[in-house]
Structures are given as C-alpha cells and as structure tokens.
Design a protein around this ligand. Sequence first.
Ligand code: 6GU
Length: 239
Amino acid sequence: MRVDVVTIFPSFFDVLEVSLLGKARASGILDVRVHDLRDFTTDRHRTIDDTPYGGGAGMVMKPEPWGQALDALVADDEANEETRPTFIFPSPAGERFTQATARELAGHRRLVFGCGRYEGIDERVFDYAETLGEVRLLSLGDYVLNGGEVAAMAMIEAIGRLIPGVVGNPESLVEESHESGLLEYPSYTKPAVWRGREVPPVLLSGHHGHVAQWRHEQQLDRTRSRRPDLLGDDESSVV
Ligand code: 6GU
C-alpha cells in the first residue's frame, strides 16, 4: 500500500520509522511518503493560512497550496493505475473511524492523508478532492486535537497493521479487542502467583474448552461494564 501524508509538520511522522510499521516500510509492504504543504506554496513567505471570510476566530488553511499538493500526488503514481486514491482528512467533524473503517481502508491501494491545522481547511478543497478520488472525513472520537497529524498517525497504525505481512502472527489480529465486537479477555503469564495475586485457576487446568468458555465470559463481562454501547442493547448506545 502507498500512503502519502500532506502536513505542515512533517517531523511529526518521524515515529513511523520505528517499531512494527518501520519494518513494514523497510520491507516495502508499506510505502509512506510525507510531504510539506509549504512546498506547494508560491509566495516568498510560504503562506498556508488566512483569515476566515465572514469573520470569527482563528485562521483557515488556504485552498491553493492544497490544490497544488493534491494534483502533484495524483500525477505521481508509479504504479500507473486506473484506480484513484482515497483522500482522508482527519477531522473532529468527520465520521467516526472504527476498526471496521480500518479494515476497509487496509484493502485500498493508495491513501492520501490531508492534515489540517488551525480552524480547518477551506471547504472547497474537499469538493475539489472529490474530483480526484473518494474523500473521507474521519474522526477518532469526541474530543478535539490541535490538528490532523496525531489522528492521521493513529489511523495509519490501525490500518497498516491489518495489511498482510505487517503483523507477524495473523492470529494475534483475530482475538483482540473490537475485532469480535467485544473487548479482549484478560491475559496472564508466569509466575502463577505474583505479590499474592493468583492467575485464575481455569487457565492452569489445561482444559481448552473451559478456557475458551471462561475467556468468552470475561469478554462479555468487561464489555458490559466498560463499553455497554458496543452491545447495542443499552441506553448509552451511541450508534
Ligand atoms: Cl481526526 N482531528 C482533530 N483535529 N481532532 C480530533 C480528531 C481528528 N478526532 C478526534 N479529535
């Protein structure tokens, strides 16, 4: 998969060099390229923002550098594919990004993340991007970050680890929180007693059926108490 990121803070993405995703980049499974939005400006001051029409607080990102950046990225397609990229704009005003979104996007050939700052990006940019490919405005959750960078990083990690070959043991992807719609069961390792706390005896029993049943009950109990909204039969449901 190829992932392009457009940002005014390219160094935020240096951490993608390390760990699991760093290895995937090195082996060529994941080709991430980070671009500085200011490289697509034409004025001496490399201006990327201006005051909002209609007044109000803060600054709005100007459309021209975004237009230049998106055009350049669409033109730069080594695979020369017919399929158009998917543009993702992280935004607290977007649709919720979930494990299902990550799974869907992991099947895409090419993603382009546009990281907005300040009060946002001129709305016409989203409109224009629609002429170049699919456009998704995606939010991590109901809180506000200063810009799209940290959110894009979280999305790239959630998507990237679902690409075959990125996570060594594919089975470890199956049993984790949210894949089954339930939270993950608790895990224990040696020693069997630590600071007076025992590992649940069923896990030492060697009885696979009992272990599986206990783990499933734990998943249900935890989900009921911590995330009843995931069970969908609760008043606190948000979906
Ligand atoms: Cl995707 N962007 C920003 N700026 N804030 C957020 C977010 C995204 N998701 C939650 N808060």
